[in-house]
Design a protein around this ligand. Structure first.
Ligand code: ACO
Length: 168
């Protein structure tokens, strides 16, 4: 019997050529993974952010966006916007529960540390808030945002990365 190599998870920066696959991951992730927390109408409104492919690609390109791949195929992505804001974190439904999001957010935190960003902020979906809580993010406030014709709830969470300077 031939031994199977362990599937290889890897991270790399987002490239313009990734746009179409990243859009598909976003849509599939929203539509397949968030149904316990949001209605179908809310999911449709959320996924519609990908309808303007050029605007979505521009958003990814303007941020520090990392792509996770399995055997070279993209399976998830995360992005860091200005002000230490984690803007996006989406994993393909076929790849959840394998540590992909953890790997992406570990890398985002290391990059943020290297850039001397002291605090990361995320408006976490109700689907992702447990993930962020487990990684040390603390809930600050609940929000309700309009997306298309729908209202969606999320939670602003913070994580302190570097120690605060001692008060003198
Ligand atoms: N609640 C509690 N714990 C969780 C959750 C959760 N919802 N999701 C993952 N975890 C835990 C896992 O059990 C695992 O724990 P372990 O380290 O003890 O084994 C750990 O967190 C790491 O999990 P991963 O496997 O890395 O997470 P995964 O790759 O499955 O991705 C994610 C999690 C990103 C939330 C995924 O389910 C997803 O894409 N959801 C839909 C889209 C979404 O809501 N994205 C966030 C939008 S908000 C934003 O982008 C800023």
């Amino acid at each position: 019997m031939m031994a199977m190599a362990h599937p290889k998870l890897a991270l790399r920066p987002y490239l313009a050529d990734d746009a179409a696959l990243i859009l598909e991951i976003f849509r599939a992730s929203v539509m397949d993974l968030t149904g316990d927390d949001y209605t179908e109408a809310q999911q449709q409104a959320w996924a519609a952010a990908a309808d303007d492919a050029a605007a979505f690609a521009k958003r990814m390109g303007n941020q520090l966006t990392l792509v996770a791949s399995l055997e070279g195929s993209p399976i998830g992505f995360a992005s860091l916007a200005t002000g230490g804001k984690i803007d996006m974190l989406y994993v393909h439904p076929a790849a959840v529960g394998q540590g992909v999001a953890a790997m992406l957010i570990d890398a985002i935190e290391k990059l943020a540390n290297a850039r001397k960003i002291e605090m990361l902020i995320v408006d976490a979906s109700d689907t992702a808030s447990g993930f962020f809580q487990k990684r040390g993010y603390v809930a600050q406030q609940r929000n309700t945002v309009t997306v298309g014709d729908e209202w969606l709830a999320n939670t602003t969470m913070h994580k302190q990365l570097s120690p605060k300077p001692e008060a003198s």
